[in-house]
Design a protein around this ligand. Structure first.
Ligand SMILES: *Cc1c(COP(=O)(O)O)cnc(C)c1O
Length: 386
């Protein structure tokens, strides 16, 4: 089966991991800070906190921004469950804002309307999480302007988007947000196996997240609330977790970062090739905003049910039957059974639901050859034009 996404590991990546295995530090060593520094330099943020995965990163970003019981977090329903779940970990309430029918990102119109209503009901969100779907940035400037009016914090779920840019600045620079979270799961743009990293320009938030990553503990005497007991002493100031990344992962991430541009440019070229190959078919290819350069984590097409004989489900089954691992990003979070139990129902976010009934992610990864891509396009054409 041709996967929808997969990692690209070369000899340098392997050597970088082997070097750590032969060193003194498998975790809590120098590779972590080196990786953090490299990502910060690349995305032009002041601070970075490497974590065990992006879900952990979202959790400590939300906690660091003070999200807790009685607070609300809003995000897009067209995301992986983690963007919302991490708010529930904090004891907060989650709500969603429907998507824009072109970008499949959070709709600014719906956000503005919902904020107006929430303001009169005194139910404004504490955090809005903007998910850069498929690697294309949300309209961050508009979200930022709304945050000035309505007083919420902004977290970017940039799990798809390392290597992308928005208004000539790299995604992750946090110009219009409090924090941005990257994922390094193998299907994403670069990988550390499991892993994530939170960027921010806020020193207080940075320190808080650094503590939360490791049990809420500090060894910095300036931060301690009581005098030291001796050279062994550390203090637990908050209730934190073990969300640390290992040095093995960080060394892999550092090595992968050297090829970030190469990864993104190959993905971009493949996306453009898909656009050409699929131009005459009864489906819509991804819309691109002039404000952003996508990192092209996903290439999503939408079936035009009016113009084709085959159903969405039949198309999926036939593609998979032909050995092409198409996927669907995403099942709207609010129709997951768990979220239905919280009170959400089908019909709540119609644009995300309509998208779900038509969308299909085609294979897109660095190692996908032009020939394989041609055969994917041919299979898709023959199914749609049959
Ligand atoms: C992959 C992903 C996550 C979770 O990332 P992990 O590193 O697997 O925890 C969160 N949000 C989005 C949008 C993702 O794609």
């Amino acid at each position: 089966m041709i996967p929808y996404g997969r990692q690209c590991i070369d000899a340098n990546d392997i050597n970088a991991v082997l070097e750590v295995l032969r060193s003194d530090w498998l975790t809590q060593g120098p590779a972590i800070a080196n990786f953090e520094k490299r990502v910060c330099e690349k995305v032009k943020s002041q601070y970075g906190v490497a974590v065990s995965n992006a879900t952990a990163g979202l959790h400590i970003a939300y906690l660091g921004l003070g999200l807790g019981p009685g607070d609300r977090l809003w995000t897009s329903p067209n995301t992986f469950v983690a963007s919302a779940n991490a708010a529930l970990y904090c004891g907060a309430t989650v709500d969603f804002v429907d998507i824009d029918p072109k970008s499949y990102n959070i709709s600014i119109t719906c956000l503005e309307e919902k904020l107006k209503t929430a303001k009169s009901a005194n139910k404004l969100p504490k955090i809005v999480t903007a998910v850069h779907f498929s690697g294309q940035s949300c309209d961050m400037k508009s979200i930022y302007e709304l945050s000035r009016t309505y007083g919420f914090a902004i977290v970017e779920d940039a799990s798809h988007a390392i290597g992308g840019s928005y208004r000539d600045t790299p995604v992750g620079c946090c110009r219009y947000s409090d924090a941005a979270v990257f994922s390094f799961h193998p299907v994403k743009i670069i990988t550390t196996g499991e892993g994530g990293l939170v960027t921010t320009n806020n020193s207080e938030l940075y320190e808080k997240m650094t503590r939360l990553r490791s049990h809420g503990i500090t060894r910095d005497s300036d931060k301690m609330t009581e005098p030291s007991h001796g050279p062994w002493y550390y203090q637990q100031l908050d209730l934190g977790w073990n969300y640390r990344m290992t040095d093995l992962q960080a060394a892999l991430g550092y090595s992968q970062m050297t090829r970030l541009e190469e990864f993104v440019s190959r993905r971009t070229r493949l996306a453009r090739r898909y656009n050409d190959l699929l131009a005459s078919l009864p489906l819509s290819t991804p819309w691109e905003t002039s404000d952003a350069n996508s990192s092209w984590h996903l290439y999503v097409v939408r079936l035009d049910g009016q113009k084709s004989q085959i159903t969405h489900r039949q198309l999926f089954e036939s593609m998979r039957g032909a050995g092409i691992g198409v996927n669907l990003h995403y099942i709207p979070v609010h129709i997951q059974p768990y979220y239905k139990r919280l009170g959400f129902k089908m019909g709540d976010f119609p644009e995300a639901e309509k998208y779900y009934s038509e969308a299909m992610s085609l294979p897109l990864y660095f190692g996908l050859s032009d020939d394989t891509q041609d055969s994917i396009a041919e299979t898709l054409s023959s199914l749609l034009l049959a």
